[in-house]
Design a protein around this ligand. Structure first.
Ligand SMILES: [Zn+2]
Ligand SMILES: [Zn+2]
Ligand SMILES: [Zn+2]
Ligand SMILES: [Zn+2]
Ligand SMILES: [Zn+2]
Length: 349
């Protein structure tokens, strides 16, 4: 049906070319663009700019084709068993980061998957620092060359640790510590012998990184101070982030144990796109896309979702009629988190 719609516009001449091309840029139509008999000249020019012919690739590979990075290949036809090394992009990161990698076409055809999703490449969503910050606290910066951000929590590498509680040094495989949540052997020995366990460091003692989002004002109102709350505390405290490009405060409440103890959402929920704010909503970042929101079939408004949301929404335009697609699939906004600063990013139309 989509194909017919596009073909009709094509046949009717170049007047609606920009609308057609806009539709082609849409992920769901991209896959079929080369199956169309394209007649008008303007279309052919646009197709040229869209890069090589990837219509012979499996549909999921067409979706992961990095159009911008591979555009220089222009007019060639990419065959399924091509030995060409090209760039791929995957939008399945649970934290909304882009997964970009290069691989030969034939190896993808044979079934190799996104290395970040497979856990063989490190992304912020699978790093030791993100998934097990409580264990990363024992990282021995003096004796390891890299940091907890540079290894996945599933890494088989044996590294040096320096206990944040008793300063004992030892070596262990990252994955083993994370899976079994093993603590420092010296502290464990003391615990077995019934000796009093030294306490985990307080948020203040643990240093700047841990203090970063501490909400001094609200916590003080509750009589809670960073020099008294340990990293393992199960008491909910207030956090605030001032990184909102719209100047709003991002506030949330979780326990230090939850924030630093190996759970996922330990960053600011708004800045990581997990909670909606004016700075990341579909309505404010992509007003044009938001205008195609189907207010009858969808739950909620474009204000209620982030532009990078995985919500499967209904859309409707006079050109395409009604269809269903994820918000992030339409906006491409999972790519927003590629850059460290939100302000550096150009807003998409
Ligand atoms: Zn990721
Ligand atoms: Zn991936
Ligand atoms: Zn220890
Ligand atoms: Zn905000
Ligand atoms: Zn924030």
């Amino acid at each position: 049906m989509l194909l017919n719609t596009a073909a009709q516009h094509c046949a009717s001449g170049s007047m609606i070319v920009s609308a057609c091309v806009a539709a082609w840029r849409d992920q769901s139509i991209k896959a079929i663009r080369f199956q169309q008999q394209v007649q008008c000249q303007a279309h052919q020019q646009q197709l040229h700019e869209l890069g090589p012919d990837i219509s012979q690739l499996k549909p999921h590979l067409q979706m992961q084709w990095d159009q911008a990075a591979n555009a220089h290949l222009s007019n060639v036809i990419i065959k399924q068993h091509s030995a060409r090394k090209v760039q791929w992009v995957c939008d399945q990161c649970p934290d909304g980061h882009p997964h970009l990698w290069t691989a030969r076409v034939y190896s993808r055809t044979q079934g190799t998957k996104c290395p970040y999703c497979a856990g063989t490449a490190v992304c912020a969503h699978n790093s030791l620092a993100t998934l097990a910050p409580g264990i990363a606290l024992d990282w021995d910066y003096a004796n390891n060359s890299l940091t907890p951000h540079d290894y996945t929590a599933q890494s088989n590498l044996r590294v040096c640790w320096a206990c944040c509680t008793c300063q004992h040094s030892w070596k262990a495989v990252i994955k083993n510590r994370v899976q079994d949540n093993t603590q420092c052997p010296e502290c464990a020995r003391k615990a077995r012998q019934g000796q009093p366990m030294p306490k985990k460091p307080t948020v203040a003692e643990a240093g700047l990184h841990y203090m970063l989002h501490w909400d001094h004002e609200r916590n003080a109102q509750d009589g809670v101070f960073p020099g008294e709350v340990t990293l393992g505390s199960g008491k909910k405290v207030h956090w605030v982030c001032h990184g909102c490009p719209q100047g709003l405060a991002h506030r949330w409440c979780v326990t230090p144990d939850h924030r630093f103890g190996g759970h996922r959402q330990n960053g600011c929920p708004c800045c990581t796109g997990n909670r909606v704010c004016k700075c990341n909503s579909l309505q404010s970042l992509c007003p044009n896309t938001a205008a195609e929101w189907d207010h009858v079939k969808n739950t909620g408004k474009p204000d209620d979702y982030t532009a990078s949301s995985a919500y499967m929404a209904w859309w409707s335009t006079s050109l395409r009629g009604s269809w269903q697609q994820t918000i992030r699939g339409r906006t491409g906004y999972y790519l927003r988190y590629a850059s460290k600063s939100l302000q550096q990013n150009k807003a998409l139309p």
